[in-house]
Design a protein around this ligand. Sequence first.
Ligand SMILES: [Ca+2]
Ligand SMILES: [Ca+2]
Ligand SMILES: [Ca+2]
Ligand SMILES: [Ca+2]
Length: 604
Amino acid sequence: MRWIIGALAIGLFASQTPQPSRPTITKVRPPHWWTPTNWRELFLLCEGRNLRGAKVTSLSPDLTVTKVQFDADGRYLLLWLRLAPKAMPRPHRLIVRTPEGETTITFPLHPRPPQTVLGKGLTENELIYLLMPDRFCDGDPTNNDPKGLNTYDRANPRAYHGGDLKGIRQCLPYLRDLGITAIWHTPIYDNDDASPDEYHGYHPVDHFAVDEHFGTMDDYRALIRDAHRFGIKIVQDHVLNHCGPKHVWVTHTPTPTWFHPKMPADYHLASLLSPDVPVEVKRRITDGWLFGILPDLNQDDLAVAHFLIQHSLWWLMETGADAVRVDTMPYMPRPFLQRWRNALRRELPHVTVIGEVLPVPPDARVQAFFQGGQTGYDGVDTSFESVFDFALAIAIRQVFGRDEPMGRLKEVLDADTLYPNPTRLVTLLGNHDFPRFMTIAKPDRRWQRLKLAATFLLTMRGSVQWYYGDEIGMEGGDDPDNRRDFPGGFPKDLRNAFTPQGRTHEENALWVWMRQLFGLRRQLPWLATAPTHWWQVEADTLIYERRHKGQRLFVLLHRGAKPLQWLLPAASGQLVAGEGKLWRSGRQWHVWVPPWGAALILSR
Ligand SMILES: [Ca+2]
Ligand SMILES: [Ca+2]
Ligand SMILES: [Ca+2]
Ligand SMILES: [Ca+2]
């Protein structure tokens, strides 16, 4: 009797769920690719059920299956394909078979977009405006709590505030009027739907989707299309080092070596510079989990490396973005960085990249080690055009914000010999990881301090990155206070600082000054690359000249108690910006600059 009951029970179970172990596939990453492409060894990470033991057959002559892997739980199928050089742009079918059944993967190859809509890359003279999509402008209040999970709370600095891609698009005229030439936005990957504190986008749970709070892929493409029409380029923010703590990979890893074992990261980046530092010490930097919580991807696992390289190619091909900013660059193995960079160049020769290399304390040697154009002791040339110049940023903040002697700026610039290409550095006053300049500046003369700092930044070598809201002197302490909402970008805001009427007198004066500096910079693009001649370097006075083919720009920055007087070492001159005076007596030109003033004089 007992065996009959047992058989009945099995029979009942089987009838409730017919074919209990038939293979299914719910997600394929990347979801599609392009043809023709130079990236022809394609890796598909397929998610589903009952995939253990699967065999895969291609029904397309354009796709050859070269390797099939799966995890012990049958949750992932890791599929390696070779694309024919002239593969047809159409859906291609693959059959996945296990002894229990079969399923089909339909994998589309899209026609490769024409070169005219693909990324143009950044020039040396780019003026890059950094913004956080959640904190700039809310163009669509209907997506503010898209899943009804209470992720939206403007009173909570660690929650979504409603900013989105439509909002950025609406503000393009503002950015064009200000005079910037590119936007770098922090990541828009789908982050965990239930975690309000992931408003920043750096914790992807799906590398191939736009977060619901920011809009859709169509919204993003519309933003890029319009930005390009305005002459504004787009810099994407790619996170290659880690994924979000809530990623499904954390509980079900696709391969046993997908992540490094959990251990807190070491942040002493200078250890990477020396061949003598033991490998184990360096691996604590490259293999550790940032803040002890960010799942650290193992780029030495070939599947991980392919996944990440493809994800970068995919976003660039899909959207036509112009450049990539790479998050937490030194925390990844350098051979991988080189490989990633070269793969991008082969597919998209014009796209440029900027690495975030942020040594604490500031260290130009570490920044230089990661810039491309030189081969390190490890045999690696990262080939990254640009890294941020945090060493100079810290010095500018200390000098103009905290009264350190101005000579410190020259000292930092004297280290330019370390860099393969100092004019490709990206300079800045701060970003979303630093307290705002206005907040760290001494309370006396804060507006003049910011004005002088910005004048130095915009008249020195390198590309410039500007943090949203600094043009109206926004305040903010440590993260997340430094990520306040741009006033006027959000429903019920009491004022709109996107318009002159919505700014205070001081805010507007700074805004107008910034527009003038950005304009000057576009008018004299050689400021990014020209040599610097130092005329006067004192604690409270800095006079330097940038020279290019018969044009000379003299920059006088002065914060002494008395006005500055100086004889212009040129036969003529024109005050192009600033509150100084310039007059001629006999054959001499005299310059006068008031305390806490700046004067920019152009001679031809
Ligand atoms: Ca919104
Ligand atoms: Ca989602
Ligand atoms: Ca989400
Ligand atoms: Ca790492």
